[in-house]
Each structure stands twice: as C-alpha cells, then as structure tokens.
Design a protein around this ligand. Sequence first.
Ligand code: XBP
Ligand code: MG
Length: 233
Amino acid sequence: SLKALIFDVDGTLADTEGLGHLWAFNQAFQEAGLPFVWDTDTYRVLLAVTGGERRIHHFLSTRPDLPSLSRERVAQLHQRKTVLFGERVQSGHVLWRPGTKRLIREAKHKGLKVGIATTTHEANVHALLQSAFGNEWPSWIDLIGAAQHVENKKPDPAIYHWVLQQWGYGPGDVIAFEDSSPGLLAARQAQIPTVITMNEWTYDHDFTGALAVLDNLGEPGAPARVLIPKGQD
Ligand code: XBP
Ligand code: MG
C-alpha cells in the first residue's frame, strides 16, 4: 500500500532551471571572468548531464577552443553558483509549480511520508523549501536525499535506492514525481511507479514507462491535463 511520495526538485517542485540555475551558472562564469555564456539552446542540451559540476566539466570537454579549468577551479565555480542560486531563490525568481505545495500538504494530512530525491545540492533544496513553507518546512518534508548522499547521479537509481533504504520501504510503497527523462530512468530503474509533470525544458523527452504524463499537478479550478508522451502519439 502507498506509504510515501518522493519528489524530484528541479523542474518538478519548482521551475528552477531558467531563472535559477542557468542564471546562476552564467553569473558565476561572468564573475570569474570566463569567456563564455550558456544560452537556453545550449543549456537544454547540457541538462542531459545531471549535476552542475559535471555539467561544467562536460561543457568544457566539448569546447577545446576554450581555456581548460582545473578540478579545483570548477569546484569553486560551482560553489559560487550554489550561493548565487540560493540568493536567486530568496529574491523570488524561482516559482513553485502548480499543485506541488498542495499535494505535499494533502499527503502529510493523509499520514503519508514525503521525501525528496534530487541530484542538486542540499543547500538549494533548503532554500526552496524555506521559500515555500517558511521555517515550518521540516514538518512537511520527512527526508531529503541530495547530491552528497550518493556518488552516482540520475539516471542512476542510487538516490532512489538511498531514500527507500532510509525508510525501509520497497518500491511498491511509494510514488515518484519527476519532470525529465534522466529522472524517470532513475526512478524506473529502482522499480518505482513514476508520474511525470513535464515542463518547457523536458517536453520533448522520452517518458516511456511513466505511470502518467501531466502538464502539472493541478490546482482547484485549474486541473492537471493528461498529456500523450512523445512516441505514443
Ligand atoms: C537537476 C540537475 C541539477 C541542476 C543544477 O536534475 O541536473 O544539476 O540543474 O543543480 P534533477 P546543481 O531534477 O533530475 O535532479 O548545480 O546543484 O547540480
Ligand atoms: Mg528534475
């Protein structure tokens, strides 16, 4: 029987990518005097590499024309990006998606646990939860599985295995909510039934195997629409 809901963060709970992460990456590059900017088309492709630090390394590996950066330099750059992202959330640039707060509250009122399974840094998750629930956020979220908890990032299922293990639950005890193909692959490889809420960054992803593909989680008076994923139309 259903015991818990597990939410991805970026793109699922909140629209974090464009005005949040992408802005923060570019701001960090600019502050460091680096000679490149990511535009939205570039970033759309780069999102296939999950984890900001890995994403920067991957980008540099595709651009031999650019000066190479040491591991430490990239780590510093990404630390600064995390600080900038937190500020961006605090200044109200990152909006929570329809239905997400409502569903978390409803789940808790029904006695379900609510967990997080994300590839992003835990500090970013705290900033986002604070922005949505204020200081009371720990009473709404039981468990946060984030970047530091597992080595391998989505589409590897490690973060989902970690969350299930913390609770002692099986994959049939939970439902996952994701917005992207790497996220769906991670949850599905852990055998977890997964609902997709797609967004502007992920509408063309392959969502084969999802329980349902929705535009968002819906609010009273603005219900979610069921979408037909690519390849099944
Ligand atoms: C999200 C990510 C993250 C963010 C950036 O993937 O891939 O890397 O884009 O955050 P998912 P960090 O929603 O599947 O977890 O820079 O903190 O990694
Ligand atoms: Mg996501």
